[in-house]
Design a binder for this molecule. Structure first.
Ligand code: R1P
Ligand code: URA
Length: 299
């Protein structure tokens, strides 16, 4: 850490940079495409007309802000898992004035025969599957908390209008290339782990997860995808007091039904196209009090 931080409740440096993303007001746009990995972010950034600002933080968050078809957008790589989504959403909310639209473009495992490797899923909502560590604890502190190894939450809806526009845009860019299919109308599940809570069996650990996918499907029969951030995004948008709208899409990397995995060649074809569709969708979203025009000093 290089800077002096004054506020222990919501840490920022003297210039107003938030602690983990290391961005300040004027460096992040109201329309944000977020991904897990830096390579995907940079591939999609090729679509920008110009780049105003770029920063890779000490904690691994990459922010690229520029314009797409004349509209300010940010592309942000945040790493993996619900905590990284929490850092990203809260610290972004702290530095952006006005409403925010966020679309996550990730990769996922598929739970449906209809979506093999290379399919794209646009979920209408999502929930979380969290490992209940008290189940594995010799001395749990709360009564009865130890009974289930995995806790399956209720559903959080994605923004309906953005989700419909996103599904239309993704279908439109993929159709000429005979890529897809694009699946809509189902749910995403965020696992707190790529392994245990996504039902991957690992003989090196005590996980009791043989039934976790069956249990999730019994509660949420429309589940199509398993990944690690999108449901948390929907949850935080739900708790943002109406200031954040969110949608998501994911390319199927792991076919959990037939045990297949996507090829690097397919990823190279799919990512720039889906990224373009996400940007096309983001610039259509109607937002209140957006920072743009002569009053915003970018970067
Ligand atoms: C696991 O391999 C990672 O891939 C998925 C999961 O959500 C998790 O972050 O998303 P990304 O491809 O965006 O990282
Ligand atoms: N990302 C995940 O979280 N799970 C998968 O199976 C594939 C990508």
């Amino acid at each position: 850490m290089k800077e002096t931080i004054q506020n222990a409740n919501f840490p920022r440096d003297a210039e107003g940079h938030v602690y983990h993303l290391h961005v300040k007001t004027g460096q992040v746009a109201n329309r944000i495409l977020t991904v897990g990995d830096h390579v995907r972010a940079r591939a999609i950034a090729q679509h920008l007309d110009q780049v105003y600002f770029e920063h890779s933080s000490q904690r691994g968050f990459l922010t690229i802000t520029g314009s797409y078809q004349g509209t300010p957008v940010s592309i942000m790589a945040i790493g993996m898992g619900n905590p990284m989504m929490d850092f990203f959403v809260r610290e972004t909310r702290a530095v952006v004035e006005g409403d925010i639209a966020i679309i996550r473009f990730g990769s996922c495992g598929s739970l449906t025969q209809k979506a093999g490797p290379g399919a794209v899923i646009v979920p209408q909502g999502g929930y979380c599957i969290r490992r209940n560590i008290d189940y594995f604890c010799d001395e749990p502190m709360q009564k009865n908390i130890e009974q289930q190894a995995y806790l399956i939450s209720g559903n959080f809806a994605a923004d309906k209008v953005m989700t419909e526009q996103l599904a239309t845009s993704v279908s439109k860019v993929l159709a000429p290339h005979q890529l897809g299919p694009v699946l809509t109308g189902g749910l995403n599940a965020d696992g707190c782990s790529f392994y245990s809570s996504q039902g991957r069996l690992d003989p090196q650990f005590w996980d009791d997860n043989e039934q976790v996918i069956t249990e999730a499907l019994a509660l949420h029969p429309d589940t199509q995808s398993l990944e690690m951030e999108t449901s948390m995004l929907f949850h935080l948008a739900h708790c943002s007091k109406g200031t954040i709208r969110a949608a998501g899409c994911m390319q199927v990397f792991a076919d959990r039904v037939n045990n297949g995995f996507i090829s690097p060649e397919m990823v190279a074809k799919l990512e720039p196209l889906v990224g373009q569709a996400v940007l096309d969708t983001l610039v259509q979203v109607k937002l209140e009090n957006e920072m743009q025009g002569p009053n915003t000093v970018w970067a």
